[in-house]
Design a protein around this ligand. Structure first.
Ligand code: BGC
Length: 370
């Protein structure tokens, strides 16, 4: 127990730590340890590294925005940067953040190897790391905050089945445009949609068509790959595309062949482009992940860590590489079809102004978008 004059900083620190500043008139206070007070008073900086701005619109339009809002509301210092798909830059950004006083890093890795290097170095400097959205395999991050990604894939598989059934497709040939082979999420998405579609291939109801994993989720490469797939197999009748960007790449090729709207395509991320493709009838569905919830959950953990606390997570996931349990917060994804695009607008994820431009105004009215 330490006696002393209660300065503003110490009072704020005590409050931040959830300690009761007592002593009233005497000006005395009680804190657990003076070092805890000191670390709370400094309430370290939080550094966030986003992966890129091309593989999905979400990182810059949703994640950055919602994380910023959460940090501002908590009144903490933060720095959000984007590695633009450059692994060397990723490490450099992490180093700079730590040099500039970050005590917590939140990372969306570009692959597990480079992510692990960032985590290892941060840990050796006493910096806590949160895996944001993507689990770093074998990485040993303190926390993992994401969605139930297998469920995302299940919704995509079920969505494709629904749209093929609506089209009364018989023995449809289904092509796969998987996500990046180095993104653990892509593995989980595929596990989810395979769970739905593989039994259909096995029973002969559906026919497995060409399959490609798209390096770095590169939308341009996805177009080239899908063009080759369609040349190889012109009778592709359904496309399981792992996100809206890959879906749009397939749709662009289908359009050139007058097949858009006839061949259902899936997606993910509820991007403006994906939702417009749905309204146009060119995309079957997308998966909406309420990024605000993900950002809020991650920010809450980061803020607690920055104050020197050890927050508890509501669940955990097993890192398949290390076998270790990583404390985790996992959100629920939602399937979006033409009839519930309005839910995404109502949730404030996209605005009517950005979605209902030009020709889409009429389609928005038809879809009941207010
Ligand atoms: C994310 C998706 C995103 C993809 C490409 C995945 O790890 O979960 O939301 O579409 O990366 O950026």
């Amino acid at each position: 127990m330490r006696k002393g004059i209660l300065s503003m900083t110490a009072a704020a620190a005590a409050l931040a730590l959830g300690l009761t500043a007592c002593g009233g008139d005497s000006g005395q206070t009680t804190t657990s340890t003076s070092s805890a007070t000191a670390s709370a008073a400094q309430a370290g900086k939080i550094g966030v590294i986003l992966p890129d701005s091309k593989s999905s619109a979400r990182w810059e339009t949703a994640d950055r925005k919602f994380l910023e809002e959460a940090f501002k509301a908590a009144g903490v210092q933060y720095d959000i940067q984007n590695a633009q798909n450059d692994k060397t830059a990723f490490q450099t950004i992490a180093d700079q953040m730590v040099t500039n006083g970050a005590t917590v890093l939140m990372i969306v890795n570009l692959d597990s190897g480079s992510g692990k290097a960032v985590i290892d170095k941060a840990k050796s400097q006493g910096v806590a790391v949160i895996d944001y959205d993507r689990l770093t395999l074998g990485g040993g991050a303190a926390y993992y905050v994401s969605f139930d990604n297998t469920k995302v894939g299940t919704l995509q598989g079920e969505g494709l089945v629904k749209c093929l059934t609506d089209k009364k497709a018989e023995k449809p040939i289904v092509a796969y445009l998987n996500g990046s082979p180095t993104d653990n999420n892509a593995t989980l998405f595929k596990a989810g949609y395979d769970g739905v579609l593989k039994p259909k291939f096995d029973s002969g109801d559906y026919v497995k068509g060409p399959e490609q994993s798209v390096p770095d989720w590169d939308n341009t490469q996805a177009g080239t790959l899908f063009e080759q797939m369609l040349t190889e197999q012109p009778k592709i009748a359904g496309v399981l595309a792992a996100n809206d960007g890959l879906g749009n790449a397939a749709i662009t090729v289908l359009k050139k062949n007058n097949l858009n709207g006839k061949v259902p395509v899936t997606g993910q991320d509820a991007t403006v482009q994906g939702l417009q493709n749905i309204l146009a009838g060119d995309q079957c569905m997308t998966v909406y992940k309420a990024v605000k919830k993900e950002a809020d959950a991650a920010a809450k953990l980061a803020v607690a860590l920055a104050k020197g606390e050890k927050p508890t997570a509501s669940s955990s996931v097993k890192d398949p590489e290390s076998g270790q349990d990583v404390p985790a917060e996992l959100m629920e994804p939602q399937a979006i079809y033409a009839d519930n695009v309005k839910d995404v607008v109502a949730d404030g994820y996209v605005t009517k102004e950005e979605l209902c431009t030009g020709d889409f105004a009429e389609k928005c009215t038809e879809a009941g978008i207010q």
